[in-house]
Design a binder for this molecule. Structure first.
Ligand code: ZN
Length: 183
């Protein structure tokens, strides 16, 4: 059986809800090679291009446990978290969140105020970060993507109702064959 070639990093694009990759549980990264390094660079580009503060593998159609994050939205400060594991969660804080895969939707979400994240860098070197407040929120949001969890799953029924038009538009847009934006 022939193994499918991984997609070229340059071809990666942001995928929107309800793309199936966003609902899958992502698999651990096993190879810390040039492909991975180029993918991470591409993800940082896409994050900044779309004015995000974080971007996870499933959001570019890759079902792999990795994300990039920069709470200030700056490329030079973006950190890649590969095979992250969260622990020592404590406190709770409500804050507003958006998601690049759910354009124009902003909702209040309750998150832990602080988390520890153990992860690997692109070379496979382990590191630990203790994050608080907004950086901790970004990490929890991106880590959710690796388990197929979206903001929609974290929304209150009220927020879902308030955003139902935008959610429906995204669902309908995905059903049109090759709906190219004309912008
Ligand atoms: Zn997101």
């Amino acid at each position: 059986m022939k193994r499918a070639d991984p997609p070229s990093p340059e071809s990666l694009q942001l995928v929107l809800y309800p793309h199936p990759a966003l609902k899958k549980t992502a698999k651990p990264v096993e190879r810390f090679d040039d492909w991975l390094r180029t993918v991470v660079e591409r993800m940082k580009d896409l994050m900044v291009e779309h004015k995000g503060v974080g971007l996870a593998g499933p959001q570019v159609g890759l079902s792999l446990r990795l994300f990039v994050a920069s709470p200030e939205g700056k490329r030079e400060e973006a950190v890649a978290y590969i095979n992250p594991v969260l622990s020592d969660e404590h406190g709770s804080e409500e804050g507003e969140e958006g998601c690049l895969s759910l354009p124009d939707i902003r909702v209040k979400v309750e998150r832990f105020q602080a988390v520890r994240v153990e992860a690997m860098d692109v070379t496979g070197q382990a590191f630990v970060v203790d994050a608080e407040d907004f950086p901790a929120r970004v990490i929890q949001h991106e880590n959710d993507h690796l388990d197929g969890i979206l903001l929609l799953d974290r929304m209150s029924p009220m927020a879902k109702l308030a955003n139902r038009k935008k959610i429906k538009e995204l669902e309908e847009r995905s059903q049109k064959p090759e709906a190219r934006s004309q912008k």
